[in-house]
Design a protein. Sequence first.
Lengths: 407, 145
Amino acid sequence: MKKLKPLAAIVGAGRTKFGELWYQNPEALLTEAGLKAMESVEYGLRRKDIQACYFGSFLYQVTNKLALIPGYMSRELGMNIPMSNTEAACGSGGSALYNACLGIRSGEYDVTLVGGFEKMTDRAGKIIDDLMFAGDPHEFDAGYTFAGLYASMMARYIHDYGDSSDGRCREALALVACKNHHHAVGNEYAQFRREFTVEEVLNSPLVADPIRMLHCSPVSDGAVALVVVSPEVAKEYTDTPIYIVGSQQATDDVSICSRESLTGIKATRLAMEKVLKETSMTMRDIHLAEVHDCFTIEEIFFLEDSGFCERGEGWKTVYDSYESFKGSKHIPYVNGNSELVVNAGGGLKADGHPVGATGVRQVYECFKQLRNEAGGNQVDKELNVALCHNIGGTGGIATVHILMREL
Amino acid sequence: MKEQEEIEKEYTVLTFAEYEEGLRNGKLLGLRCASCGGITCHPMPVCQWCGGRSLERMELSGEGELATFTVIRVPPEGFEDDAPYIPCLVKTKEGPCVAGRLDYDAEQATQELIGKRVRMNGSYTYKGDKYSGGAHTCPVFEVVK
Ligand SMILES: [Zn+2]
């Protein structure tokens, strides 16, 4: 692999716990994550060093009855610099980082703060139709919920590729949840730090057939922030910056209805093709991937959309890998000579899914793992290259980043 | 200067309100593209296949194949009385895939339904609530015996 030219570097990261944080308002969560990110910078960061902020969130106007998050952050962080908020449903956080990378790549900024946040639990049951803002109103009018849309894709996947005779495909779709909950046990910030058995997943209540409660990521509150700088100044802030070497995005129809396939995400496939080309990598070069597992089927889609597995084969890799590695601290996916740890901190499934925070949380997890700073949850193998995959809605947008410790 | 309505017609040959009115009258309306011959449904200002803008109204047969479905057990607000119910996607004979409801016993709905022939047999109107954009209508399909 030839030496890559980094496009940006991460020098600090901070996050809140994910879960039901009823005692805190959304701007305070974002401020907490932002301050933690700034205070984590090894050689210090003065607030006046920051030239721009890029935030990501989906629903706060609806769930928290406020808007213009830049104005709140200007007050809470004591800054009057340019700030924006990106809304791309569940892909808001990844989009905010993508935009920050553009700001740095353009040469306009050297030091930026990137933050993602969401506070959803206050809405109780109403959150079910709030989340359908990430679908198409035509689907909502037919009675679809967000889980229902993924359920329809999962049903078609099982129909087209599953081995209906022995139920192993359905079991594999449950094992994604078991694995990610297993990975979250050592993650002190995770919403659910407990194991679930495959029987518990398959016996949990049906939400939208064939999706059961334990196939779904939870409703969560939380915020995450990163200090993202130009490669030229990175070493002024830390001896171990994590470099961003690829940053790409693609979009597709908001509705699953008129997509070319119901059993994969075109936006992921296109963004992955672009980022692997940008970095001259293949999936074999990636050691760790934080993948958008909003529902377990989405993690299997990623394995296929990224090219790690052939189309229709993802569930077999999940099933066989779990059989081979269950009991180990992190359960990797193995396909031929390729080995990939997916969702080391528990993913959306177990770490939690405060929608706008998720894309930034994925990068936080990779930053910690690549710096060997994940504590009790550190992956027990040499990690140098990590990938973050964040999608919005049912695949209307996909953003991917590739991070490296040593170039 | 053109009247506002005329300008809008130039971009919207079939409005969404007209499409829904069609559904309530048992018709599945769409648009035929002069550039590629493709059919667009639900209506948009452009052809869903080629992006073309030369569109004319047409009526779809309402027949197609069940692309996929789900059974909603945990409904959104406003749909509680309906649950369990079956939203579905139908790949129409004419090409486009549309979202609707399947008129079928939710407790009997299994994977074997995927790929079955279906036809439109009515419509369903969601009344809307104070948070939504008002009432909307979708097609309802039945499995062809
Ligand atoms: Zn056309």
